[in-house]
Design a protein around this ligand. Structure first.
Ligand SMILES: *Cc1c(COP(=O)(O)O)cnc(C)c1O
Length: 337
């Protein structure tokens, strides 16, 4: 039997959350003398701490009720809060499957949460048996995975049998041919799905990350978050982005076409040894010499991500605009192995 309360940190269970002025009075009209705001100016009022309008918009786009949505100041805040909600510093463990997104490790370290590293296998797939045998409060799974680009297999088995919280980072899900776990949030009581406006929605500058989960887990996110964690400007820009579905679909289609084009072009180059399968907006390639090629590209003003330190001789290439991708290939063609 799954009992959420046994996984939540005791201090999180018993603490009283901050009650903001706007929690105590929620009307829109009136003379507001309750929050020590400046009465002058256009951005003088605190933003909606519950992000109601943004959640309604997300709810319509994602077909998820507002009570199953948490809005964070980027996914990094979502990851940080999840660690703080469940993992007791200096005591609890979290599973990470490298090579993967670096912020899981950084945020676990900041929160003094011990990391159990269970590396992906040679096909960049998780070792499900080792994961299920581990003694951890939470696991971070990134699918499609950054920096490898592939979708992870075996997630259902992990959701079914892992004793802790399963945090699935779906930052790249809109580029993937695999379905999201979003419609499973009320099926698996230990599931948190995180998404972001930073990638397929094209709003990295806006800093909006989302967590989707059952309403009990979402309530703990709300308890743990800073009251005004998402600025009004960011909420407005996020709503605008989500209402511009045509642009989202157009740009995604171009990126997916360009991904195919880049893969075809890269496969003709001598300095590229392996192109790993990708379901994201980037491609991990094994090269003849990642450090040398990385610096050669910089001479042509082209910056890719050097992942040599995490996957030997690999570069991670983000799919850009057609002209940018053309420049990359032209520059790589000049490099002889
Ligand atoms: C880019 C990325 C994010 C997005 O982070 P934000 O803070 O929302 O911009 C989240 N997870 C992974 C794995 C990423 O690569």
């Amino acid at each position: 039997m799954f009992e959420l309360e046994k996984l939540v940190r005791p201090n999180m269970r018993t603490m009283k959350p901050y009650s903001s002025a706007r929690d105590e009075f929620e009307g829109h009209e009136g003379v507001f003398l309750d929050a020590n705001e400046n009465p002058f100016g256009g951005l003088n009022r605190y933003p909606d701490p519950h992000q109601k309008a943004l959640k309604e918009t997300l709810s319509a786009v994602k077909q998820v009720p507002p009570e199953n949505i948490f809005v964070g100041n980027g996914s990094d805040e979502v990851i940080d809060l999840a660690l703080r909600m469940f993992c007791i510093p200096g005591k609890d463990n979290v599973v990470i499957c490298p090579p993967t997104y670096g912020m899981y490790e950084v945020l676990a370290n900041i929160n003094d949460v011990n990391i159990i590293a269970l590396p992906l296998d040679k096909n960049f797939q998780p070792n499900v048996n080792d994961i299920l045998a581990s003694d951890a409060k939470m696991i971070f799974l990134c699918s499609p995975n950054n920096p490898t680009g592939n979708d992870l297999a075996g997630i259902e088995t992990i959701l079914e049998h892992f004793k802790g919280i399963v945090f699935i980072d779906e930052a790249y899900i809109d580029f993937s041919s695999k379905p999201s776990f979003l419609n499973q949030i009320n099926h698996y009581p230990n599931l948190i799905v995180s998404q972001t406006l930073s990638k397929a929605w094209g709003r990295a500058a806006v800093r909006v990350g989302l967590a989707y989960s059952n309403s009990a887990i979402i309530s703990y996110f709300n308890k743990a978050k800073p009251p005004y964690n998402v600025s009004q400007l960011n909420q407005q820009e996020a709503i605008k982005a989500l209402k511009d579905m045509d642009v989202f679909l157009d740009h995604r289609q171009i990126i997916l076409e360009q991904r195919r084009w880049l893969i075809a072009e890269l496969s003709n180059l001598k300095c590229i040894e392996t192109i790993y399968p990708t379901d994201a907006n980037f491609i991990l390639v094994k090269t003849t010499d990642a450090n040398a090629i990385y610096h050669r590209l910089i001479e042509d003003n082209i910056i890719v991500r050097n992942r040599d330190s995490v996957v030997k001789n690999c570069l991670r290439i983000t799919v850009g605009q057609p002209s940018e991708n053309g420049k990359l290939i032209a520059s790589l063609r000049k490099i002889q192995p």
